[in-house]
Every structure is written in C-alpha cells, then in structure tokens.
Write a protein that binds this ligand. Structure first.
Ligand SMILES: *Cc1c(COP(=O)(O)O)cnc(C)c1O
Length: 411
C-alpha cells in the first residue's frame, strides 16, 4: 500500500482487453504476460465467451443452488466430468474461487472420514512452498513463509513435507491421522514455477492408495491447457479423489470454481444425517457456468490443445536464446505455456532481494509493451494460450530489453 500511495506513483488503470492484449486508460497496449494472474485462456473479449455471457445475462443471471438447479450448471458439471475417463470423477461441487474449491475438498475429506468410521483422520499433508489459496483452511496448507507465517498455529492441522521422499519418514501414527494430501501437480506456481520430478504424481497416487489417504489435486493454476494438456493430471493419467478447478475455468472472465470428486465420496453424503453444510450464495452461478461452457467450446472450435505444441516449443527456443546471450538469465523452468525465468547477477550469484530486481524488470517491461508480475527474482511468463508466436517473441524481447535497462546493460 505504501508503494501504491507514494506521491510519485502513477497507478496503471486497465480499461480494455483484446486477445492477448490489455489496454490502459491512455490507450496503450500491453501483452498480458501473466494472463491476468493466471486466469485468461483464449484472450480478452473472446466473442464466443462474451456472447454466452450476454445471452445468459438476458435469460437469468443468478438463482440460488439451494434446492434448485440451472441448465448451465448442470451442463457444465456433465462436461467437466466428461473430460475424465468414465466412472472416475463423476460429481461436481461449485464454489467461487480457487481457495474455496480447495477449502471444500478439505471439508469434504474431513467429513467423509468422520462419517465413515475414521474420525481420527483429521490432518492434511502439504508440500513446502505450496500455495493453495488465502482462506484460512486453504492457507493452512500453504508452505510459503512470506504469505503464510502469520497463520502458524491457526487453521487446519497440517504436516508439511519437502518432497515425495519425505513422505516415507512419516510415522505410522502420523499416517493414520491423515485425511488427505494436497499438491499442485507438475508445477508449483506461487513458489516461483517449481517443477516436480517426472512421474512423481503416479508415485503419489500409489502412495495414497497404499495408505488410504485422499489425493487432492489443486489444478487451479494448471487446469485448462496451461501445461499443454487439458489438466496436468492427464499427463500422468492420474485420477485424484478431489480436483480443484478455478482460475481458467471461465476462460478468465468470471469467478466460478468447481471441486470434482468420485462416487465413493458422494455416496458417503447420501445419508440425511451426513449433510454437507457448505455453500456460497453464488455457488453454481449460471452466468459463470455459461462462460465456462463457452470456454470449453472454444477449446474444441479452435483446436486449442492441438495447436499448443509448436507454441510451447517456440517459447522454449526464445527463452533459451536469451539465456545463451545473457549472463543474467539463470535457471529457466517451463511447463507448457508456463515459464519461470530466474534473474541473477552476471557472476551467477543471486541479486540482493532488497534490490527487488524482478519487480523492477516487470515495471520496466511495461514501456516495452508487456505486463507481468515476478515471484521475487523469478520472471513469470504465462500468457493466454491464444498468443501467437510473433507475440511470444515480443514478450520475451520486452523482458530482455527491460532486464538490460534495469541493470544498466550489465545483463
Ligand atoms: C491462485 C491459486 C489458488 C487460489 O485461487 P483464488 O481464486 O485466488 O482463490 C489456489 N491454488 C493455486 C495453485 C493457485 O494458483
């Protein structure tokens, strides 16, 4: 807030969007380099999604899901389940955002064990550097001290582990108290785009099966094509017990979230004494569900997933060319259309965090036509999937130029 309120700060007001571009109040155009905090999929103002929202708004903007249904919510649930093998993820619970999608998986997992003879399963396992949202339940799974340390001692009991290998160190007593394990599959976003080892998800699924612990996948960031497949779990053909979706679900237009789960979980709540007392006023919002249906429609109409591999390859080439030309590009991590680029000193040493070099580069990139946000000194490039190769080249050029100018051409 102090930065924002500083007398010389010029707030950037976004007034419009068009495809992969955002347009500010002065009419300047910027590539949306982080897809409006990882939400946008097919670009801004996509006509299919805009028309779906307009049509639905004229018909019915909202009706409560308490005791009623609406066609868009019902259809969307069927479409989402249809993206997974038959009889795997079969049920959908709606909420409003990524945090609540995770929160609701946690609450369902806890209640499942309470009413299924294992009330001692009261804690969760989560990974260091994880980010699962900001409501207190979801945040208690978080493993980023900067964001989460103020919650230490509050929220849900959680065992934090470093990696898959660390799970073997959990004692039998600990294991018997675990309700579920939560992970961002393939890549941890807020951690600075940290990649998990290949095949880890399959091992984790097997570990969960061995100990009868629920696997909760948080695909809030990785869902909807971001990693190159529709969902990250498709890569390893892993089916979780709960899948949390939000951000890209509506193509980045409206806040709707979904928690997918299995018949096993669903059936445990059919007893009238087992009501799941959880819901939000706007759960299953028809406008958002119509936008989400249109989002899926665009995937089909425009063969979005089929067209991704050359773009992913092109992005990789662009980033590695930059790395070859600059001593300040350290480690590059890429997973589909998600890239994290570590910026280091020409000596290879990290910059002093107090210099906030990542933030400075992203501010400088604005004058080269790119908006994005870093995670500390990791630059993030996660554009809408509709971005063209030419636009990708401009985005990487903007980061290169910005890095050069911020470091007085040392980089
Ligand atoms: C953004 C994010 C969330 C939280 O989603 P919100 O919609 O911001 O509440 C949860 N998990 C992951 C992996 C995310 O990237």
């Amino acid at each position: 807030m102090a930065d924002w309120c500083a007398p010389d700060h010029q707030p950037l007001m976004i007034a419009g969007g068009e495809g992969a571009y955002l347009i500010d109040a002065e009419g300047r155009r910027y590539l949306d380099g982080n897809a409006s905090i990882w939400t946008n999929i097919h670009g801004h103002g996509h006509p299919t999604i805009v028309q779906a929202i307009q049509r639905q708004a004229a018909q019915l903007a909202h009706a409560s899901s308490l005791g009623f249904g609406t066609a868009p919510a019902a259809e969307l649930a069927a479409r989402l389940c249809g993206l997974f093998p038959k009889d795997t993820l079969t049920k959908v619970f709606y909420s409003d955002d990524g945090s609540t999608a995770v929160e609701c998986a946690l609450r369902m997992a806890l209640q499942y064990w309470q009413q299924s003879g294992s009330p001692e399963r009261t804690q969760f396992v989560a990974f260091d550097q994880a980010y699962h949202g900001d409501t207190i339940g979801a945040a208690s799974l978080g493993g980023i001290p900067l964001f989460h340390k103020r919650l230490t001692g509050f929220g849900l009991p959680t065992l934090h582990v470093r990696d898959f290998e660390a799970l073997d160190k959990l004692t039998a007593t600990q294991l018997s108290s675990v309700a579920g394990i939560v992970i961002e599959p393939l890549i941890q976003g807020a951690a600075g785009m940290r990649l998990w080892p290949a095949g880890m998800l399959k091992d984790l699924r097997a570990w969960c099966d061995r100990h009868d612990i629920f696997l909760i996948l948080d695909e809030v960031m990785t869902g909807f094509g971001r990693t190159g497949t529709m969902f990250a779990c498709h890569r390893d053909e892993v089916i979780p017990d709960f899948l949390a979706l939000a951000k890209g679900l509506t193509g980045g237009t409206l806040p709707v979230a979904a928690t997918l789960t299995t018949d096993r979980i669903f059936k445990a709540f059919l007893n009238p004494k087992h009501t799941f007392y959880y819901g939000h006023s706007y759960s299953g919002n028809p406008l958002g569900c119509a936008a989400a249906l249109a989002n899926l429609q665009v995937f089909e109409d425009e063969h979005v997933l089929e067209l991704l591999p050359p773009k992913i390859q092109f992005l990789s080439e662009q980033l590695h060319q930059w790395q070859a030309a600059s001593p300040c590009v350290g480690n590059i991590r890429q997973c589909g259309m998600i890239a994290g680029i570590d910026i280091v000193q020409p000596t290879g040493q990290p910059f002093d965090p107090a210099e906030r070099i990542g933030a400075k580069i992203c501010v400088a990139a604005r004058s080269h036509g790119l908006l994005t946000r870093p995670v500390l000194d990791t630059l993030v490039l996660m554009p809408p999937l509709c971005i063209t190769e030419q636009e990708l080249e401009s985005a990487v050029t903007a980061l290169r130029e910005a890095t050069r100018s911020v470091t007085d051409s040392r980089c």
